[in-house]
Design a protein around this ligand. Structure first.
Ligand code: HEC
Length: 103
């Protein structure tokens, strides 16, 4: 009966690994999207004199970050931020995951 326990433990560990990998992957992808879309043209992620996104993961919910990127005017009607309504879902998910790590 021991083998059953070790098989299910093995499956469990594999599943955990897959979840961790996919989360890390989304964050990494988000960093690339951030660079590619030139968010850094207006933003910094570590203070500095640009519009700072430091701590944004603690300040905003993932849903709010998503709205800021897709439709910033729904978050602040007179914002200067550019809207990104046509980002592929994967890129948007990545950005939200990445910005969520800035606590
Ligand atoms: C043209 C300049 C510009 C670009 C490009 C830009 N932003 Fe912004 N963004 C702003 C400004 C300015 C604000 C602050 C809101 C305001 O006062 O208008 C802001 C606000 C935000 C916020 C909310 C921050 C908070 O603390 O509430 C998030 C999240 C954000 N931007 C993410 C992004 C991401 C991700 C990108 C790239 C896909 C991006 N921005 C590209 C100008 C820009």
């Amino acid at each position: 009966m021991k083998w059953i326990a070790s098989v299910s433990l093995g499956t469990f560990l594999l599943a955990c690994g897959a979840v961790l990998y996919s989360q890390g992957g989304a964050v990494e992808h988000g960093k690339e999207v951030y660079a590619m879309q030139k968010c850094s043209f207006c933003h910094s992620t570590d203070g500095g004199d640009k519009e700072s996104l430091a701590g944004v993961g603690a300040r905003l919910k993932p849903e709010e970050i998503r709205k800021w990127v897709q439709a910033p005017k729904t978050m602040k009607s007179d914002t200067r931020m550019k809207a990104y309504p046509n980002l592929p879902a994967k890129d948007l998910d990545g950005l939200v995951a990445y910005l969520g790590t800035l606590k």
